[in-house]
Design a protein around this ligand. Structure first.
Ligand code: RB5
Length: 156
């Protein structure tokens, strides 16, 4: 599994910490920036970059971090077929994988600390989509995109 990591300038330390943690766990990790704490990076840029890389099949999953996790997840969720969920505890991280089939876990660096962030990451990547009734519901999310003109919204 190949994981893409992205953050704005506010969340660079947590992004780097989570990337190192997942690398130590044996995952292939790709850094989409931000790279320098002194350079401002607006959160829609890395949010979109990670989401589009998933859509193109270059990476399998993503971890996105900004101040709250909200802005960067909103940008990622605009890419057709992408589902990004914001988590501030492990229960939600399990549910966004098992029920919502999210490809991206998002967090707020001003909300969670490093140890909680690692726990959220571990829970997300150790959980699997359960399908069944959840597949129908996730399909209905995709239907919204189709109804608004994204005929190819679904990611195969
Ligand atoms: C940057 O100050 C902040 O707005 C951003 O990191 C994020 O929290 C937005 O959702």
């Amino acid at each position: 599994m190949k994981i893409g990591f992205g953050s704005d300038h506010a969340a660079i330390d947590l992004k780097n910490c989570l990337l190192e943690h997942m690398k130590e766990r044996g995952f292939e990790c790709v850094d989409f920036g931000a790279y320098s704490p002194t350079e401002k990076v607006d959160y829609p840029i890395p949010g979109r970059a990670v989401a589009e890389a998933i859509r193109r099949g270059e990476i399998d999953r993503g971890v996105l971090v900004c101040g709250t996790g909200v802005g960067i997840s909103l940008a990622a969720n605009k890419v057709p077929g992408i589902r990004a969920g914001v988590c501030s505890e492990p229960y939600t991280a399990k549910m966004i994988a098992e029920h919502n089939n999210c490809q991206i876990v998002a967090m707020g660096a001003r909300v969670v600390g490093e140890e909680l962030g690692k726990m959220i990451c571990d829970t997300f990547f150790d959980s699997e989509f359960q399908g069944g009734r959840h597949a129908r519901r996730v399909g209905l999310i995709g239907q919204v995109e189709k109804d608004y003109g994204y005929a190819d919204a679904e990611i195969k």
